[in-house]
Design a protein around this ligand. Structure first.
Ligand code: SAM
Length: 218
């Protein structure tokens, strides 16, 4: 089983966090098993506690349109879709037919497939095709070097009560390691610096999972 926990928590504290978070239901457990069978890729999956957080945020925001960048096998999209009010839509962006086939199967099992539009294409193209659509909730969890472009497409479209959530902003702590100069780490540092200096938004960086930034327009 892949280790999805917050990288700075020891085993006992991690177990305590999970024991005090709403447990995964059978569909989510099945999804975690199907994803684990992918081997090393399974580490990309959003963990159960972060999925619960996404559901809570979506239930509070009550989006009409939600957007997800990076669907993989469907953990975060399942969490978002289940918390959507009736009549709302979730636009999922990914480039992999193979991985999102697992997502589709579990959306059907959970009875949320009817509210999800999956577009298989580079996410930047999909976002640019949104025109003047208003987005109430967005979750970015795809290629790290693309995050800044996704952010710049999404912020102007965020509704006044909207929320943008961005995953992996701590990158297992590498954002602080000056010897780490790979493209992903450099991109995430630049993104984090850009957001906190952006006077269009208010931002809070949470240390859940691999770091989750929440952005709202001011
Ligand atoms: C970290 S995984 C997403 C995990 C997912 N949110 C979950 O809950 O399991 C990243 C995903 O981004 C997708 N991806 C990578 N580059 C992309 C791009 N340019 N446009 C859209 N999706 C992309 C990958 O195919 C992969 O499924």
């Amino acid at each position: 089983m892949a280790d999805h926990r917050s990288f700075f928590l020891d085993d006992d504290l991690h177990d305590y966090v999970i024991a005090h978070t709403t447990p995964a239901d059978p569909v989510r457990r099945s999804l975690t098993e199907a994803t684990a069978a992918l081997g090393r890729w399974a580490g990309m999956q959003v963990a159960d506690d972060q999925a619960a957080l996404l559901s809570t945020l979506v239930a509070a925001v009550r989006p009409t349109l939600a957007v997800e960048i990076g669907t993989f096998t469907g953990s975060s999209s399942l969490a978002i879709a289940r918390a959507l009010p009736s009549g709302s839509r979730l636009l999922c962006c990914d480039v992999s037919e193979e991985w999102t086939a697992i997502a589709r199967h579990h959306w059907e099992a959970a009875g949320v497939d009817d509210r999800i539009d999956l577009v298989i294409a580079p996410a930047l193209e999909t976002l640019q095709g949104l025109g003047d659509a208003v987005v109430d909730f967005a979750f970015i969890d795809a290629d790290k070097t693309g995050y800044l472009a996704y952010y710049e497409e999404l912020v102007p479209r965020l509704s006044p009560h909207g929320l943008l959530a961005i995953d992996n902003v701590l990158w297992s702590g590498r954002v602080l390691d000056e010897t780490a100069q790979d493209d992903d780490t450099v991109a995430l540092r630049a993104l984090n610096d850009r957001i906190v200096a952006d006077n269009r938004v208010e931002v809070v960086m949470l240390s859940v999972g691999d770091g989750l930034t929440l952005v709202r327009r001011t």
